[in-house]
Write a protein that binds this ligand. Structure first.
Ligand SMILES: [Zn+2]
Length: 268
């Protein structure tokens, strides 16, 4: 095949992918590329999560641990309620929610595909209280519910010319496919999570705000959390490498609060 032919074939493929390999992000309604199923991703994600737990030390701080688990459970219920109401329940098929607090000075938290959440003790003083934990929890869970890992995976496959879905990709180049999958799920990095794109970050902020509001946490706490994060101007490089600068998100979050307040019922 000559170059022009190849190009044509590629265009046809891509068009097909965009028509058939598309999903819709809950809450924002954004269309995203989707070439991999959650049935394929979730078992890998769960296995990796267990590996992380095995290699880490869980926090001995009972108060913080209880707080993380409690906020997680509340936001899980909020997500399930929201998805059911909007007719998106099947998006959560195969989820196995889990919330753990890992002993580590690193200021971070993440949620792997399928609802596997980890907080590091380093972020807890900045969270300050349950509402602060809810800000971070809502955001991280939003990444998972919006299938950002899966989208990144699908884009990774296309970028590497591995078209036609996961099984075809495995057939074409098993090692490369495995690598793309692991990286996209945010697995295999020391931080537990690779950086998401700007789009993914602001989308997770927007969705997270609504989830925390449904769970009974005041959305006004979200910009407050990011202000605390920004204080002193000595944000750790690990965190900044995976998140945009707080000033940007504070402004965006404040603009999104009125919408989130529609979901907020005090004293839930
Ligand atoms: Zn994020």
């Amino acid at each position: 095949m000559n170059k022009t032919m190849l190009k044509k074939v590629a265009i046809v493929w891509l068009t097909a992918l965009f028509i058939y390999g598309c999903a819709t992000v809950p809450v924002t309604g954004r269309k995203q590329l989707n070439l991999v199923s959650n049935e394929e991703i979730l078992p890998m994600s769960f296995q990796q999560y267990n590996e992380v737990l095995k290699e880490s030390k869980l926090s001995q701080n009972q108060e913080w641990t209880r707080m993380v688990k409690q906020v997680g459970a509340k936001i899980q219920v909020a997500v399930e309620t929201y998805m059911k109401e909007k007719g998106y329940s099947d998006h959560l098929n195969g989820y196995e929610w889990e919330f753990n607090l890992i002993e580590s000075e690193v200021i971070n938290a993440w949620c792997m595909p399928g609802g596997k959440v980890a907080f590091y003790t380093g972020i807890m003083p900045i969270c300050e209280d349950e509402a602060g934990v809810a800000v971070v929890m809502g955001h991280e869970i939003a990444h998972a519910v919006a299938n950002h890992g899966r989208e990144r995976m699908s884009e990774g496959l296309v970028a590497n010319g591995l078209l036609g879905g996961l099984s075809a990709a495995v057939g074409q180049n098993p090692t490369l496919t495995q690598e793309i999958l692991m990286q996209s799920a945010g697995i295999g990095t020391q931080l537990g999570m690779l950086s998401f794109s700007r789009t993914h970050e602001s989308e997770a902020d927007e969705i997270g705000l609504i989830f925390m509001a449904i769970a009974g946490y005041d959305p006004h706490e979200a910009p407050e959390f990011w202000k605390r994060m920004d204080q002193g101007g000595e944000l750790p490089p690990e965190f900044l490498s995976t998140h945009p600068h707080p000033a940007t998100r504070i402004k965006d979050l404040e603009a999104q609060i009125p919408e989130a307040m529609k979901y907020y019922k005090e004293g839930n």
